[in-house]
Design a protein around this ligand. Sequence first.
Ligand SMILES: [Zn+2]
Length: 67
Amino acid sequence: MDEEIEKIGKVRKLIVAKHGKEIQKKIDVVGAIKCPYCKGDIYYGMANSINGHIHAFCENGCVDWVE
Ligand SMILES: [Zn+2]
C-alpha cells in the first residue's frame, strides 16, 4: 500500500512537471507519458480549469488513481 502511494507520488510529479504552463493558465489537459516502472503508457487527465485534480492509470496497472 505504501509502495503504491509512492508510485502515485512519483508519477504525479512527472505529470505536474510536464504541464506547468497549463496549470498556470488553468487549461485542462489530457495526455500520456511513459510509465517509469514498466515502460508502458500512462494515460491521464488534469482538471486545471476546476481544481487541478488528476486522474491517471498505467496500461499495465502500476498506478491507477482518481483525485
Ligand atoms: Zn506501468
